[in-house]
Design a binder for this molecule. Structure first.
Ligand SMILES: Nc1ncnc2c1ncn2[C@@H]1O[C@H](COP(=O)(O)OP(=O)(O)OP(=O)(O)O)[C@@H](O)[C@H]1O
Ligand SMILES: O=C(CO)[C@H](O)[C@H](O)COP(=O)(O)O
Length: 290
């Protein structure tokens, strides 16, 4: 935690929707005049695509079939922790990009499957915004969660997460359904051991739940739309959350538990703005006073 240089960490599995949620944060930052530095979790992979394939072959040959991009040791988590700590202390840090597809290759000038060079953050930012796989990891080696001032989990129910991943990876990254299914299977061990535990560290979880049949996610022809879903929003510490205000502002919402509210999927953007804007304002105003 850093009062002077706050950090927001949005955590989700591959295809969960963290990049989509970033758009909502960007809107809030723009509207509130907050100058945020953004970093992506995939920048902290340990291997480029070719080296990852070789490492996977090596790990499998050694009997470690649980190894995947979700695994702690496939990522530079000590570096991510160091970047969070350095930003919290000084407002400085560095990042790079992992290029997934031709569109990003065009943008960053590096072929798909490679990293750009590390580059320092611009000076004078108000906060650091992270979105990715490991922004709330706590294990024997690192404690990334403790450096983040606001931790958000983006966690669709798993069938929906798979549908979102399959559609995105096919449409944008050139993979087949079979290839993505294989990746989902290979990542299951590390999904359970490295991704899921973070959602007990997060302050707020947004869980999208489809209300259409997703019983065979591998053949779903499209991603359930916002109107075909509900979102469960769960607050780790509900003290200070004005639930009656939220329920009155968000048409069709209700409380399902003392710390949880359910909203129609189409109201996700509104709910995020209502919930997150005052939290972001508070982080920034406290940082200016610190
Ligand atoms: N609330 C939502 N409603 C409808 N579709 C969504 C929603 N959130 C995400 N999606 C869709 O799911 C797919 C995956 O979302 P996104 O790219 O944001 O995932 P991600 O978590 O950033 O994945 P990765 O970390 O692998 O890049 C996209 O096609 C996106 O449009
Ligand atoms: O989104 C991901 C993890 O968050 C990707 O699966 C990972 O970055 C590997 O990417 P690619 O298959 O394009 O090499």
């Amino acid at each position: 935690m850093s009062k002077k240089h706050p950090i927001i960490s949005v955590v989700g599995s591959s295809g969960a929707g963290t990049s989509t949620v970033k758009h909502t944060f960007d809107q809030i930052f723009r509207r509130e005049g907050v100058n945020a530095v953004s970093i992506e979790g995939d920048a902290f992979h340990k291997f480029n695509r070719k080296d990852m394939k070789a490492e996977l072959d090596r790990q499998y040959a050694a009997g470690n079939t649980g190894f995947s991009h979700f695994s702690y040791d496939a990522n530079e988590l000590a570096e991510l922790e160091r970047v969070f700590r350095e930003y919290g202390d000084t407002g400085k840090g560095r990042t790079r990009h992992y290029v997934h597809d031709d569109e990003e290759a065009e943008k960053y000038g590096v072929p798909p499957g490679h990293f750009t060079e590390w580059a320092p953050f611009e000076d004078g930012s108000d906060l650091l915004f992270y979105e990715g796989l490991h922004g709330a990891v706590v294990n024997d080696e690192v404690n990334i969660a403790k450096y983040a001032d606001l931790k958000i989990g983006v966690v669709p129910v798993v069938n929906l997460e798979w549908i979102q991943k399959i559609h995105r990876d096919k449409a944008k990254r050139g993979y087949t359904t079979e290839a993505v299914t294989d990746v989902i299977l290979r990542r299951m061990h590390s999904y359970v051991h490295c991704i899921i535990p973070q959602f007990t560290e997060t302050d707020i979880n947004f869980q999208r739940v489809p209300v259409v049949d997703t019983s065979n996610p591998l053949v779903a022809r499209w991603i359930p739309t916002p109107d075909e879903s509900l979102v469960v929003i769960r607050f780790k510490n509900p003290r200070g959350i004005d639930f009656s205000y939220l329920v009155s502002m968000i048409d069709g919402s209700w409380m399902s538990r003392a710390n949880s509210i359910v909203i129609p999927g189409g109201k996700l953007d509104l709910a995020m703005q209502l919930i997150l804007t005052p939290m972001i304002e508070r982080l920034v105003s406290e940082s200016k006073r610190a």
